[in-house]
Design a protein around this ligand. Structure first.
Ligand code: CTP
Ligand code: MG
Length: 235
């Protein structure tokens, strides 16, 4: 089975603060998107990477892919993204040639995912799962609250799910392509990850061990951590 990766990179990065679109911001001098592309292309199983660029940034992303060293055996495509992450992923899926039957969806905002995590996700799909997510146990206890009417106001706690049964979910998430395409054609709710669309179809999603270095760069402090991880790797 041939495997392609779709990398949604079209977000603005509002929570990171003012600046370039998040995927184009640099970590130790290299754009976050290039780190993410390298992380996926590092897997020998991935033969195509589709980058979903900021809507007005496709040309810039193409030239970034041209100037940075990337594996010869991997093909690259760039398509412009949409208003929501979900839309961006759909636009990436629409660009996939027919011969790919396993698809990974990976956030550009998770630039440091280790190749072993990528391969573990692909292996689980190859072994028959229709949807696979890398996941980690939580350090914090999680409460469900009744959201405050005014921001910053007190929020009544509704429930405390048993922490040992909760997982924080990362990317790349891996899918049987046909099932993910069907999910995008039928699920219209707003979702925060791709696997939840598969759950809505009634299909089974399985979790495999994630990795702490697959964290998402969301807020300014995450940039500090990402650059420290890269320095430790001497990149
Ligand atoms: N994404 C996308 N298209 C969008 C919105 C998000 O491709 N319209 C991508 C982002 O580029 C990112 C991934 O989805 O790689 C995860 O989203 P998130 O971390 O929320 O990134 P942003 O939406 O850019 O950040 P923010 O929500 O702070 O604006
Ligand atoms: Mg976002």
């Amino acid at each position: 089975p041939r495997t392609a990766a779709v990398i949604p990179a079209a977000g603005r990065g509002v929570r990171l603060g003012p600046g370039a679109p998040k995927a184009l911001r640099t970590l130790n001098g290299t754009p976050m998107l290039i780190h993410a592309v390298r992380a996926l292309a590092a897997s020998r199983a991935v033969s195509l990477v589709v980058v979903v660029a900021p809507p007005d940034g496709a040309a810039e992303v193409k030239s970034l892919l041209d100037v940075h060293a990337l594996p010869e055996r991997t093909d690259f495509l760039v398509v412009p993204g949409g208003e929501s992450r979900q839309e961006s992923v759909k636009l990436g899926l629409d660009a996939l040639p027919p011969e790919y039957d396993i698809v990974l969806v990976h956030d550009a905002a998770r630039p440091l995912v280790p190749v072993d995590t990528v391969d573990a996700v692909i292996d689980a799909v190859r072994e028959g799962a229709v949807a696979v997510v890398p996941a980690l146990p939580l350090a914090d206890t999680v409460k469900e609250v009744e959201p405050a009417a005014t921001p910053g106001g007190p929020e009544p706690v509704v429930a405390t799910p048993e922490r040992a049964r909760l997982r924080a979910v990362q990317t790349p998430q891996g899918f049987d392509r046909a099932t993910l395409v069907r999910a995008h054609e039928t699920v219209t709710d707003n979702v925060t990850d791709d696997a939840s669309m598969i759950e809505q179809l009634g299909e089974t999603v399985v979790a495999v061990p994630g990795h702490e270095e697959a964290f998402k760069v969301t807020r300014p402090l995450d940039l500090v951590l990402a650059e420290a991880v890269l320095a430790r790797r001497r990149l």
